[in-house]
Ligand binder design. Structure first.
Ligand code: NAG
Ligand code: NAG
Ligand code: NAG
Ligand code: NAG
Ligand code: NAG
Ligand code: NAG
Ligand code: NAG
Ligand code: NAG
Length: 811
């Protein structure tokens, strides 16, 4: 009689184990066998049996259910693989989840000591596998009998903690897989250090590899990528009983994880890109050479832009000058020799800002002290080497004292200060130094103010009509975007967001977190310019603000990638209007004149602005962008220089420009000046009025390019036939003819015969003055006779039409 019920149970077990896919719990009466899976309620995660890579070993693991690339985030039996397909996961009598093989021997088990009469196993929506009492809520984390989040593998999921708890003795250590098809424990680990001021650290074997910097009170720990960012929000808790770091995603529809990778020796934050069906790397730690643990030794500061990389802090000198000079920094630095503990006038502190706080292994903290008490406390103990507050700044309170040599220092953009104990006389020198600097800076600033004032008065005197529109002069700070922000804004430079490809690189549309539309130009890598020069150039250009110039919002410099961020122009560029049979009808004469006038004024600003005097070098219809109100804005100015071109009025080896717009002396001899821009402006003017491209690419003698054609019509006294048919109704004939005449003046062969932008603006603006008569223009390919070499075969742009070219002229 007792056989029947057990037979019944066995049938049930058999039924569930063989045929139930996607069970939602495991109970003492329902087990999970190979082939079935346990699925979270919202179907995000799935637990089951799998073979990693090509391996024949089987493991129990948790992965994303809806991601086509199998991404295992947790593995149960990492060091004890299953060799066949007949193992089962069950809840045993003690309430533990155990993995048994065919002949009931144990492969893996949880080891909870908490008891419950009705335990069930459930996979929660956040990927946490828990054993809980059937009757308690699944949100009551404290009552869980066991949870996989306490025994992590190599992946930190959102809401998962990396850290420790004194009371329960839990220390969550993340360990990389040995390799992509072997989940057994690698020797690359990550955890929260157990110290008074804990930090997340990476270890390779028993040697420290990287640390984030202490996170108590702030996530601005000096580590790359942990500060405010578009993807995730950090959560840091640090007290005597517990310390952890965890994160939640700002946008729940984004899937992002943090993974330790033994092969690459990196802690990576990956973001799933549904369109490309791939994980994309958002952040790597360590991020650069200076991130390596203690690269510069004690009291040595690692500056990634520095040369040499390592420098002793002020008040310190290399322990071994000889080794230091051979770039062997391991021994670090020591006090210059004059520091003496407790001796008045000999004992002081050096303030260090913008660095990662030193290794906190041997520290003491008190959350209730002020920074001044902290300093006194440090002075009282001769082994104290440094102090800092616990919050983002000095006023945020708290005190941390360091007792060991200060290790693993590096420059970073952190705003936190710490104070290093040094000989007071070094600080004295420092102060003198600072005073000198302040004095010099004051003089320079005063001089600059005087100059600006003088220029301002000068400019007032110039007084062109409407001269009051010369841009706003507020000195905005140029933001340097980090790559992550740009990647997110442009959806990882997706092709869908590509706006076009200019001569200096492709342009992408993007949207910043705050909703602002931007255009991102990825500069091609040929530039030889250094980072500092580049940044300076960008800052200078960003200060050029004029309503007819596209505004530079910022830039991004990452490794050898350089990017510029512009405001986004909704009406794209001029060429998409004037050369399009339908769109061109939308541009009536007043609009065209307004555009022309706007370009002239923008160019005038570039040429005459006292600070820079920029030659554009690639002025053309596709570089004229149109905003909502169809106001023209010149783009790509300053790029010639940012990309390593030369200064004003130079002879350059780097020819940048577009055939059809290039002045003869520039195309042939590489000579550029404001007058070569004037030539391009002339071409643009003819194009705008005629609605036709200046085709330079016809070699047929009779078939002139636009310039030649215009000159022919001018000579035949038939110049009005050049005007676009679409303008016939709206055009004010004498205005248009006047414009064409100005255009022809701009196209004169000799630069000296071309007017400058000031005159052009005046000419466009007044209808009374009579204009000079133009001579035969310089229209490329036809009148190249005496001066300059003819085009070489390579330069002859037979197959390129209206593309920007830039070529290195071998001279
Ligand atoms: C794994 O299997 C695939 C497909 O059978 C094969 O192309 C690949 O070379 C294998 N990889 C290894 C490391 O054996
Ligand atoms: C185990 O199952 C997997 C997939 O279900 C299958 O590919 C494999 O051949 C099976 N192995 C054995 C030994 O039955
Ligand atoms: C249990 O199975 C394993 C292989 O799956 C085998 O090596 C072992 O000898 C078996 N043990 C018993 C007691 O049958
Ligand atoms: C439970 O097992 C883990 C390893 O899986 C071990 O680190 C931990 O100390 C064990 N806990 C108890 C209470 O035995
Ligand atoms: C580590 O990264 C490499 C390169 O992206 C990848 O091929 C490999 O699968 C990763 N290893 C693990 C264990 O995920
Ligand atoms: C150390 O003290 C000596 C004597 O007081 C002085 O000559 C020397 O310049 C000091 N060194 C530094 C680096 O201040
Ligand atoms: C800090 O102050 C709080 C409240 O005043 C107190 O509970 C706590 O014990 C103090 N901590 C230390 C380390 O003195
Ligand atoms: C200084 O601090 C160290 C480390 O905390 C401690 O061991 C030592 O007793 C302290 N010395 C004095 C004089 O307080």
């Amino acid at each position: 009689m007792r056989i029947l019920p057990s037979l019944f149970f066995i049938t049930i077990i058999f039924f569930f184990s063989k045929f139930s896919y996607g069970a939602d719990t495991i109970t003492p009466s329902v087990s999970l066998s190979d082939g079935s899976t346990l699925i979270s309620k919202d179907e995000t995660f799935e637990l089951g049996f799998f073979n990693p890579g090509n391996s024949s070993n089987r493991y129990v693991g948790i992965w994303f259910k809806n991601i086509p690339v199998k991404t295992v985030v947790w593995v149960a039996n990492r060091d004890n693989p299953i060799k066949d397909n007949s193992s089962t996961l069950i809840i045993n009598k003690q309430g533990n989840l155990v993995l048994l093989n065919r002949n009931q021997s144990l492969l893996w088990s949880t080891n909870t000591t908490k008891k419950s009469s009705t335990p069930i196993v459930q996979l929660l929506n956040n990927g946490n596998l828990v054993i809980r009492d059937e009757k308690v809520s699944e949100s009551d984390e404290d009552s869980f009998l066991w949870q996989s989040f306490d025994y992590p593998s190599d992946t930190l999921l959102p809401e998962m903690k990396i850290g420790w708890e004194k009371k329960s003795g839990i220390h969550r250590i993340f360990t990389a897989w040995k390799n992509w098809e072997d989940p057994s424990l690698g020797d690359f680990t990550s955890f929260m250090s157990v110290s008074n001021n804990p930090e997340v650290v990476l270890f390779k074997g028993s040697s420290e590899f990287f640390r984030t910097g202490p996170m108590t009170g702030t996530t601005d720990s000096g580590a790359y990528g942990l500060k405010a960012n578009p993807i995730f929000i950090s959560d840091v808790v640090s007290s005597e009983d517990e310390a952890y770091f965890s994160y939640t995603l700002k946008d729940k529809s984004v899937i992002s994880i943090v993974v330790l990778n033994q092969t690459l020796m990196l802690l990576q934050r990956l973001v799933w890109i549904p369109e490309s069906r791939k994980w994309s790397t958002y952040m790597n730690l360590p991020h650069d050479t200076c991130d390596g643990y203690n690269v510069c030794g004690a009291y040595g500061n690692c500056d990634i832009n520095g040369s040499p990389l390592c420098q002793c802090l002020d008040g310190f000198k290399p322990k071994s000058a000889q080794q230091w000079s051979t770039m062997d920094w391991a021994d670090g630095c020591v006090h210059t020799g004059n520091w003496s503990c407790g001796v008045k006038g000999r004992d002081g502190f050096l303030k260090v800002t913008g660095g990662k706080l030193p290794d906190t292994t041997n520290t003491w903290v008190n959350a209730n002290m002020t920074i001044d008490d902290c300093k006194i406390r440090c002075l009282q103990n001769c082994s104290c080497t440094a102090y800092s507050s616990l919050g983002p700044d000095d006023d945020s309170g708290g005190c941390c004292l360091w007792f060991n040599d200060l290790k693993d220092l590096r420059g970073s953009d952190s705003q936190r200060n710490f104070y290093v104990r040094i000989d007071a006389s070094d600080i004295g020198d420092k102060h003198e130094h600072t005073k000198m600097i302040i004095l010099v800076v004051s003089i320079v600033v005063f001089a600059i103010i005087v100059i600006i004032l003088a220029l301002y008065i000068y400019r007032e005197k110039m007084k062109y009509k409407e001269g009051n529109n010369e841009g706003e002069h507020d000195d905005l700070d140029l933001p340097f975007f980090d790559l992550a922000t740009i990647l997110e804004a442009t959806d990882y430079f997706s092709n869908a967001n590509k706006l076009g490809e200019g001569g200096y690189g492709p342009v992408y549309k993007g949207k910043l977190q705050d909703g602002q539309d931007i255009a991102v130009k990825k500069l091609s890598k040929r530039s030889t310019q250094g980072m500092k020069e580049f940044k300076n150039e960008v800052i200078l250009c960003s200060k050029l603000q004029h309503r007819n110039l596209v505004k530079i919002i910022g830039c991004c410099v990452e490794k050898d990638e350089k990017m510029l961020v512009y405001e986004y122009m909704s009406n794209t560029s001029l060429d998409s209007f004037i050369f399009d049979p339908i769109q061109s009808k939308l541009l009536d004469w007043p609009m065209r004149f307004n555009i022309l006038y706007g370009i002239a004024r923008g160019l005038l600003y570039l040429h005459q602005d006292s600070r820079l005097r920029i030659v554009h070098r690639d002025l053309k219809a596709s570089n004229i962008l149109l905003d909502n109100d169809m106001q023209p804005k010149i783009s790509d100015f300053g790029l010639a220089k940012m990309c390593g071109g030369d200064n004003m009025e130079g002879e350059t080896s780097l020819i940048v420009g577009t055939y059809g717009y290039m002045a003869p002396e520039y195309a042939i001899d590489g000579l550029f000046s404001v007058k070569s821009d004037v030539f391009s402006f002339g071409v643009l003017l003819l194009e705008l009025i005629s609605g036709k491209k200046n085709r330079t690419l016809t070699y047929n003698q009779d078939d002139h390019n636009l310039i030649g054609h215009a000159w022919k019509l001018w000579k035949e006294d038939n110049i009005q036939s050049l005007i676009d048919d679409n303008l016939k109704d709206t055009c004010i004939l004498y205005e248009a003819l006047r414009c064409i005449q100005i255009g022809l003046l701009c196209l004169q062969h000799h630069p000296d015969n071309r007017p400058n932008m000031t005159s052009i603006v005046v000419m466009l603006n007044s209808n009374n003055n009579s204009l000079p008569l133009p001579h035969e223009p310089g229209y490329l390919l036809q009148n190249i006779t005496s001066e300059g070499e003819p085009f070489t075969e390579r330069q002859r742009p037979s197959s390129i039409n209206n593309v920007t070219i830039s070529l290195l002229n071998p001279r």
